[in-house]
Design a protein around this ligand. Sequence first.
Ligand SMILES: C[S@@+](CC[C@H](N)C(=O)[O-])C[C@H]1O[C@@H](n2cnc3c(N)ncnc32)[C@H](O)[C@@H]1O
Length: 189
Amino acid sequence: MFQFVILGIVILLWIGGVTYLSAALFYRMTRKELFVPFVPIDSAGVDAMARASKIVGNERVVDIGSGWGTILFALLDRYPKLQVTGIEINPFLHLFAKLRGWLFHRSSSYQLFRGDAANFSFEAYEVVFLFMLSPFVDRVLVPKFEKELKSGTRVVSYVFPMQSKAFTEEKISMNSQGWRNAVYVYTKK
Ligand SMILES: C[S@@+](CC[C@H](N)C(=O)[O-])C[C@H]1O[C@@H](n2cnc3c(N)ncnc32)[C@H](O)[C@@H]1O
């Protein structure tokens, strides 16, 4: 009996893995930019980002690549007056985040958009949260940040640094996801 359960789990993981990789490959072949996979952040990472961001009061915050809403809802738990927006390209993760909001955060003020961050305007935000690969950030998001973000706006990036002369950089080392990591805080000059 036990062997059948193990075999069932292995088959399910294999099917899930092949499906995910096929979707990733299809996505990669149909787009110009680099594919940024879904990797959920852990609670140590969210804590470190929240502390590093030095959020005050009711700032307008956006989480780019918001996945199933972990950063967004954790921020709302800590700072109920924040106005938080999430933008996520993957429709399944977007729907999951919506369901999570509907179940557990009905009274909070947040917005969840399904779409490509490359087409989203960041002008309205004072704090930007990121957990995305550097090549995508540098090629797609940095030109937009340089044009759209106001002076003083903070970009808080988990694990991956970004390259821009328009921002000052502060690196904060911490432990998360089981190893030594870093949060980068960029402030627009
Ligand atoms: C490393 S995950 C981070 C997920 C979530 N922020 C968290 O910390 O748990 C990166 C996320 O960015 C999303 N993503 C990738 N490319 C994107 C794009 N062009 N626009 C919006 N979201 C994107 C992925 O689907 C994935 O959910």
